[in-house]
Design a protein around this ligand. Sequence first.
Ligand code: 10G
Ligand code: SF4
Length: 321
Amino acid sequence: MTANSQRRVLLAKPRGYCAGVDRAVQTVEIALEKYGAPIYVRKQIVHNVHVVKTLQERGAIFVDETEEVPEGAIVVFSAHGVAPAVHEEADGLNLRTIDATCPLVTKVHKEAVRFAAQDYDILLIGHEGHEEVIGTTGEAPDHIHLVDGPDDVAGVQVRDPEKVAWLSQTTLSVDETIATVEKLRERFPQLMDPPSDDICYATQNRQTAVKEMAARAQLVIVVGSTNSSNSVRLVEVAKDHGADDAYLVDYAEHIDPAWLEGVTTVGVTSGASVPDELVQEVLAWLAERGFGEVEEIESVPEHMRFALPKDLRKDLRITPV
Ligand code: 10G
Ligand code: SF4
């Protein structure tokens, strides 16, 4: 048997685009087709450099703040969600808004509003400065306290320890969040749970898949961008579940051939904001180096789809003849 014949790739499934990202990217594409360039997008539509670059080439203009959008123009809000104040600001500037917030993020916003209306202190588990956390916090800034992992629990201050609820960002590590909630419950035994999981199906499924794969691979390559929370979590999960090494790359050309030294099994996956063409380029790069055998490991079947934002659907109605 030759050395090459032992080399193989384990390809995780599910990987890549989730339903919320697919919907958000399509939203910008359809808006460009329907209304013409430029279409303004507040923040990166999803946290992926290739997606942003591709849409920019087609006429999307990405801005950091709503006030950068010219009066009367069309602006798309990113999949990560925005605070109500951002909608108000856009209305004040007379902008036409298309809200591409993922419905599963909107669900968390609604939970925050409901707990705040009942005057709970809300412990939002999430990463400081992440756009989703900023958007969710904006729903009830006086009630929400950020808890950025288990080490933050000791410092949490609430008004009434018997009236506390927790919520989370949708793209966290499942295991770390369980650890954070356990610590929170030790401090606040009456802690209320969210009505359903806030960490979304796509985040959970991609972590389940990478766990299964990492147990059988020496090296795991995760395709994704450095500001993509869910992609970065996949690297951590791979390292915690058996891979000797795990790396995040935006493109195949960023793989260091030295990572392959002594490796026979490479695991490959991608974050929820990553188009599969980038994964196929990684597979081609690996095949050129003797890793042509690919086994796809399907851990969890996934069939979720979301309808396009209603602001867009209303203009897409086919007029009866
Ligand atoms: O993983 P994060 O939240 O950083 O975002 P992403 O754009 O890389 O992936 C899709 C997830 C969202 C849009 C957040 S709900
Ligand atoms: Fe929606 Fe989950 Fe995708 Fe975020 S990661 S856009 S919550 S499906």
